[in-house]
Write a protein that binds this ligand. Structure first.
Ligand SMILES: C[S@@+](CC[C@H](N)C(=O)[O-])C[C@H]1O[C@@H](n2cnc3c(N)ncnc32)[C@H](O)[C@@H]1O
Length: 193
């Protein structure tokens, strides 16, 4: 069970709050978290923004529900649990709905690519897309990376090149109308997957 006083939670709290500050999230912001697991990051985002929509298959649903029960900073409609696969749930959101979409689901190459392709249109112009596990892995060659876990760094660089900002291992990119990478993604022309 999540311990809100543990060092792990405090570390993650500092990381996530710094990310929110960096991209200007506040009590009016709407965000979508793709991959919420037991709700640790959702609780932290929820303490800063108006609403966090949590999209996950929730195999560990029991713990998420328990964590929300013990999260005493919850406000009405603050954290909304949405059970389903990311490659289906994106269809239920209007385009340009969220100030921030945070991707932290399946980290293999093609699913990370799909998530970015599917969810970037859901971000408002001027908002941000971002996510977790932005970790360079120097040791694997490109072919083996394609089929393994943990390819976020490679996907982000293949799509966004030098447009990426980061706070520790969280990455973010602004959806600026002039950003050519974002434009290509929104017109679904950047990659075949
Ligand atoms: C790394 S955990 C998320 C951790 C959470 N963001 C945090 O920092 O506390 C990844 C989650 O993604 C979910 N997930 C993986 N693939 C998914 C998919 N295709 N659709 C929806 N959720 C998925 C898993 O069920 C898991 O709960």
């Amino acid at each position: 069970m999540l311990d809100f006083n543990s060092n792990d939670y405090k570390y993650r709290y500092n990381e996530v709050t710094q990310l929110c500050k960096e991209i200007g999230l506040n009590e009016d912001s709407i965000m979508i978290e793709v991959g919420s697991y037991n709700g640790v990051s959702a609780c932290i985002f929820g303490s800063i923004v108006k609403t966090v929509y949590c999209v996950d298959i929730f195999n560990s649903s029991y713990e998420f529900d328990q964590v929300m029960e013990y999260n005493n900073s919850l406000k009405p409609d603050n954290i909304v649990k949405l059970v389903g696969r990311s490659d289906d749930m994106y269809k239920h959101f209007c385009n340009e709905y969220a100030d921030f979409v945070y991707i932290d689901a399946d980290h293999n190459y093609s699913n990370t690519m799909k998530d970015i392709l599917h969810w970037t249109p859901k971000v408002k112009i001027g908002g941000h897309i971002g996510g977790h596990d932005y970790i360079r892995n120097e040791t694997r060659d490109r072919e083996s990376r394609m089929y393994s876990q943990g390819d976020v760094f490679e996907v982000i660089h293949d799509i966004f090149n030098d447009e990426v900002g980061n706070v520790n291992i969280d990455w973010f990119v602004k959806k600026d109308i002039n950003n050519k990478y974002i434009q290509k993604i929104c017109s679904k022309s950047i990659f075949q997957y």
